[in-house]
Design a protein around this ligand. Structure first.
Ligand code: CMP
Length: 142
């Protein structure tokens, strides 16, 4: 089915000037960008976005990193978009990511791993609504 998923180009990848390269991977895989913007997250925004990880030992480091510079947030649309985006990204830990995936090619560590992508339909809906209003989502009819 045609799905939407939420994606972040994280501060490490923005700093390395990889926005275009990463968007190119999405587009080459048939995922359409239907909303996008650059934001420098506040601590409050990052803590709210990652609330499910608030008790994990890496939480403070995660928030420090995600607020260390601007990110690109985007909504990707396409057939099986959630799973397809996760395939393009590769495993959370770049040391375990398959060759040719974004994290294998561009990430330095599990903490600074270049991209985020929703893991399920419910989280995709929550994450899209966290950053975008309905009017900011642009249907792609051609
Ligand atoms: P992301 O998909 O953005 O969701 C939470 C992030 O926490 C994850 O990517 C990783 O970058 C980071 N992280 C750091 N340590 C871990 C860990 N042990 N397990 C999962 N995520 C981790």
């Amino acid at each position: 089915a045609i799905e939407r998923t939420f994606s972040i180009v994280k501060p490490d990848a923005v700093a390395k000037n990889l926005i275009g390269a990463i968007y190119g991977r999405f587009e080459s895989a048939g995922l359409k960008i239907v909303a996008a913007k650059m934001v420098h997250l506040s601590r409050e925004q990052a803590e709210g976005f990652y609330a499910e990880h608030s008790e994990r030992p890496f939480f403070k480091a995660l928030v420090d990193f995600m607020t260390s510079g601007p990110v690109m947030v985007q909504v990707l649309e396409g057939e099986d978009a959630i799973r397809r985006n996760r395939e393009i990204m590769g495993a959370t830990n770049p040391a375990e990511a398959l060759a040719g995936t974004l994290r294998a090619d561009y990430a330095d560590s599990i903490d600074e791993n270049a991209v985020h992508g929703s893991d399920a339909p419910a989280s995709a809906a929550r994450e899209i609504a966290y950053f975008f209003s309905d009017e900011e989502l642009c249907p792609r009819t051609r």
